[in-house]
Design a protein around this ligand. Structure first.
Ligand SMILES: [Fe+2]
Length: 182
């Protein structure tokens, strides 16, 4: 239990914000590790472009993890950054693609970004009333992550604007439809 929280917030608000930010911390820790996993496992034509595109994304997401962790501490909570916390907090499965071509990984990563951004937007909605300062932090993250998802999608988009893995609901399905069309 926190002994203090940010001035102007009730203890209850502080606790709810801490829960919401802990989920976000585990999301970011999972995401930067997943991005590195893709960086290491991507192969084939266009390898270097994608391999190098991912490192700035890793760096940014690690910074976002740091920002939300420090806000948890400022709220009087204790940020949990361990692998066990990631596994406990996540509502999704481990990334499921190993060594594979650029198109497969990017299609799977598109689904990863969709999950992350959908959850982030729910937290942005909830913080509207709860705490505009936390909301402002999360809005900044959303804008950048949405741009990163576009970087990923632009590799999978036809001149007509459709995506190679349209309608795929799992990473493996997305990867195989993208692979077939490459
Ligand atoms: Fe590297």
């Amino acid at each position: 239990m926190a002994q203090f929280t940010i001035p102007g917030l009730t203890d209850k608000q502080g606790v709810r914000l801490t829960e919401l930010l802990q989920k976000q911390l585990s999301t970011y820790n999972d995401l930067h590790l997943t991005l590195k996993h893709v960086h290491w496992n991507v192969v084939g034509p266009n390898f270097i472009g994608v391999h190098e595109m991912l490192d700035p994304q890793v760096k940014t997401v690690r910074e976002y993890a740091d920002e939300v962790a420090e806000r948890i501490a400022a709220l009087g909570g204790s940020p949990e950054g361990t692998p066990g916390a990631i596994v406990r907090d996540r509502t999704w499965d481990d990334y499921s693609i190993g060594r594979d071509c650029v198109q497969s990984h990017l299609a799977a990563l598109d689904l990863v970004y969709t999950g992350v951004i959908e959850d982030l937007r729910k937290s942005i909605e909830e913080t509207e009333e709860l705490d505009p300062v936390t909301q402002d932090l999360l809005i900044g993250h959303a804008g950048q992550l949405e741009q990163y998802q576009w970087f990923v999608r632009a590799h999978l988009e036809s001149a007509g604007g459709s995506l190679t893995h349209e309608g795929a609901s799992s990473e493996k399905d997305a990867a195989s439809s993208a692979r077939d069309q490459s």
